[in-house]
Design a protein around this ligand. Structure first.
Ligand SMILES: CCCCCCCC/C=C\CCCCCCCCCCC/C=C/C(=O)SCCNC(=O)CCNC(=O)[C@H](O)C(C)(C)COP(=O)(O)OP(=O)(O)OC[C@H]1O[C@@H](n2cnc3c(N)ncnc32)[C@H](O)[C@@H]1OP(=O)(O)O
Ligand SMILES: Cc1cc2nc3c(=O)[nH]c(=O)nc-3n(C[C@H](O)[C@H](O)[C@H](O)COP(=O)(O)OP(=O)(O)OC[C@H]3O[C@@H](n4cnc5c(N)ncnc54)[C@H](O)[C@@H]3O)c2cc1C
Length: 664
């Protein structure tokens, strides 16, 4: 058997549910499925969007090719009159980080959230038509996580009614802003506002960087690329920049003034809008990143699952076929929790999108009451989902054995492109510490204030602290209420224990710093409650299609019981579970894996990923792995000639023992 075509056909026959209905459940609705399927095919069938050769290209060629793709995409958007939703799907399927990500996901949202009505009227139409191209310049060489520590200054000059943007030190150079090194004409620059020698906090300013006619940097602006990043291809299609400002003047009306204003006389006016709204763009993008995590994880899982069904090792008897590696329990125990996580992240991402839309509407009506909850949820879930996805992609590489290390497996580039998500938009540990602040506050107020939203379960603090799990058989773990209660009890107990230990410190900030590692673990436990509960809420909805709901229930238990197994130390240490109950959960997990097994290929087919998106020989829909790997090897430009450059010069003299007289 040369290829794996027959293996996947057989695998697909084993499915116990309606795959087409599962595709709809994954997409969110039939309309969403049809839209996304149409755009996926549009991209897959367009040769300009080819990406298989990307890791072989040098930086300049890679970047130019990326500019070409964006220009072609923009032309398609106009010619086909694509909506903003369709344009964003187009970007997803093109699958290439580019300056437009910053334009549409940071520059425009920053103006929408922090600009005045007048500023929105002026800048948004220009940006939406791509007549100005903007980026988001917050991070500096010496300051990233600590936004209040930024050094760039914006000093008001009452003589000219302008702000003077300046980088006073080397460490104040803006460093990282995507799209900035070579493309963007403007940037939202975050800087310390200085009025009459007084510091008034960090604010956003719209600063023009380049001449719109000839694209040269404006006087006083030094700008360039920060250099090659991790991996070939990957995030190197993006021009992350360094900018240095030397007393650059901008009009006063280019400070984003929804949160605070500076008058013509140079007076600072603080409105009722909380200053945290300045961080609103990050909240928006963190929510997007959560929604995107399932897309990246599902790609890696799809590749590893299909390949695990094609790949055979050991167990051949009488010349018969060896065992498919997907049949090894160890392979299942590593792969199926990731498959289940992809579904879990998809549903929590959908919910977070809803939560964000709700908060946005409230903010527009000047209702800021749900902002702390939205901040904690977006920060925490961004951290949980990106860490699990980055680790999961790497696990999928290992699940594919040696071939997973080949660029043609599609996994190395996916990993290299994905991992910065653990760092950008807030380092994952720093984000969990934000959740910790929120949890500590919630716990400290339990005596007199009812927790709401995602912490509402802590209203039952007494019961969750005192009662214990009642499970006596492995079967009894198959109850959503029992599972959710276990997660809630563990989270409540960890948060309360942190609160009690913090209370022993005279200085709360010192206590917080000392206990920060434990606080991060308590925050993770709380975020897991959210993911598990939102999965259960999804299952409570009507989900049409034969067997679809049943399979989603199986995946829910795999996700939750795997987490319980992985973190059983917490569940045991907090005293909610006995070792016997933890062991029963693990027994149930093994049974669940055998329920996933016949459906595994159909479950990854339900992601509806095109071969173009996967860009992976191991993950091909037809499973024809070996002939295509062989073909790709000989199509590699390195194999153009049998004698590589340098062989005659450096190898032959060695073979002939003539190295001493060779010209090196
Ligand atoms: C081809 C054509 C296509 C056309 C269309 C295509 C469009 C493209 C479409 C799709 C693209 C798909 C891609 C999707 C993903 C988008 C990716 C975009 C690229 C990403 C590139 C990366 C960008 C960046 O990284 S930008 C920089 C990000 N930086 C950070 O995240 C810094 C992190 N630090 C902080 O946020 C803060 O410093 C802090 C929170 C850690 C601390 O802040 P501080 O002021 O010191 O606050 P603190 O004292 O701790 O807290 C005070 C109180 O404020 C509360 N709080 C903090 N933050 C927030 C907040 N955000 N919201 C609300 N409240 C907040 C905090 O809890 C405290 O509250 P308390 O009650 O006082 O305790
Ligand atoms: C690919 C990529 C694209 C980016 N694009 C942009 C962009 O478009 N615009 C922009 O402005 N920025 C951008 N950034 C920058 C990004 O937002 C920052 O790198 C990120 O916020 C982390 O900040 P840092 O680099 O300062 O990390 P640091 O804060 O220096 O982190 C270093 C280590 O210190 C730890 N640490 C830091 N503070 C604490 C603390 N209080 N407690 C405990 N541990 C702590 C962290 O956990 C980490 O382990 C991008 C970054 C990357 C990688």
């Amino acid at each position: 058997m040369e290829g794996g075509v027959d293996y996947l056909i057989d695998e697909r026959k084993k499915a116990q549910f309606d795959v087409e209905a599962m595709k709809v459940a994954w997409a969110g609705s039939r309309q969403a499925f049809e839209l996304s399927d149409r755009i996926a095919k549009l991209v897959a069938n367009d040769p300009i969007f080819e990406k298989f050769s990307r890791p072989m290209l040098g930086r300049k060629e890679l970047f130019k090719n990326s500019l070409r793709k964006v220009a072609h995409a923009w032309k398609l958007i106009i010619d086909l009159r694509l909506s903003e939703e369709e344009a964003k799907l187009l970007r997803h399927y093109i699958d290439e980080p580019a300056y437009t990500d910053l334009q549409w996901e940071m520059f425009i949202p920053a103006i929408e959230g922090q600009g005045t009505e007048e500023q929105k009227r002026k800048w948004l139409p220009l940006a939406r038509k791509m007549q100005v191209i903007g980026s988001y310049a917050q991070t500096e060489l010496g300051h990233g996580s600590n936004v209040q520590g930024l050094e760039t200054t914006a000093t008001f000059d009452p003589q000219t009614d302008e702000f003077v943007i300046h980088s006073p030190t080397l460490t104040s150079s803006k460093w990282w802003p995507g799209g900035t090194a070579k493309v963007s004409t403007h940037a939202i620059v975050y800087a310390r506002l200085i009025l009459d020698g007084q510091f008034h906090g960090v604010h956003g300013f719209i600063v023009q960087l380049r001449n719109l006619e000839n694209h040269t940097p404006l006087p006083g602006i030094t700008v360039g690329d920060i250099g090659m990043k991790f991996g070939n291809g990957a995030y190197n299609t993006m021009d992350n920049g360094v900018i240095r400002f030397n007393h650059v003047h901008i009009p006063r009306n280019q400070m984003l003034m929804r949160v605070s204003q500076v008058t013509r006389e140079g007076k600072f006016v603080q409105s009722d809008v909380p200053r945290q709204l300045l961080y609103g763009t990050m909240v928006y993008v963190r929510q997007k990143i959560v929604a995107d995590a399932s897309k990246a994880l599902s790609r890696a899982v799809c590749i590893a699952t299909r390949y695990s069904a094609v790949r055979r090792q050991f167990g051949s008897r009488n010349g018969g076929p060896e065992i498919q590696v997907i049949d090894y329990k160890t392979q299942q125990s590593r792969l199926f929790p990731l498959l289940a996580s992809a579904y879990a992240f998809r549903f929590v991402g959908e919910w977070l999108k809803w939560l964000y839309t709700d908060v946005k509407q409230r903010l527009e009506a000047n209702d800021f009451s749900t902002l702390p909850e939205a901040h904690a949820c977006t920060a925490g879930l961004k951290s949980l989902t990106t860490s699990a996805t980055a680790d999961g992609i790497e696990e999928c590489r290992k699940l594919c054995g040696g071939h997973g290390y080949l660029v043609s497996s599609g996994i190395p580039e996916l990993f290299a492109t994905y991992v910065p998500a653990c760092t950008f938009e807030g380092d994952n540990v720093v984000m969990m510490l934000q959740v910790a602040r929120f949890l500590v506050k919630t716990v400290s107020e339990l005596g007199y204030k009812q927790p709401v939203g995602t912490t509402a379960y802590m209203r039952r603090v007494t019961a969750l602290m005192q009662s214990n799990c009642a499970v006596r058989t492995a079967e009894e773990w198959l109850n959503p209420g029992v599972v959710v209660e276990a997660f809630e009890a563990r989270s409540t107990r960890m948060a309360v224990a942190c609160g009690q230990r913090l209370a022993k410190f005279e200085n709360p900030e010192e206590g917080f710093a000392e206990l920060s590692a434990d606080l991060v673990e308590a925050s993770l436990a709380h975020c897991q409650v959210i993911v598990v509960s939102k999965f259960v809420e999804k299952l409570q909805q009507e989900i049409p299609g034969k067997g679809v709901k049943r399979l989603l229930e199986v995946l829910f238990y795999v996700y939750a019981l795997f987490l319980l197994h992985k973190h059983q130390g917490d569940f045991l240490a907090t005293g909610y579970l006995t070792p016997k109950q933890a062991s029963l959960a693990n027994d149930q997990l093994r049974i669940l894996y055998s329920k996933v097994r016949p459906n595994a290929i159909a479950l990854v087919d339900s992601f509806n990923h095109t071969d173009h998106l996967l860009s992976s020989i191991l993950g091909r829909y037809d499973g024809n792995v070996y002939p295509k790997l062989y073909e790709a090897a000989f199509n590699d430009p390195f194999n153009d000639s049998d004698i590589a450059d340098g062989i005659h010069q450096y190898v032959q003299p060695m073979l002939r023992q003539e190295l001493h007289s060779a010209k090196l």
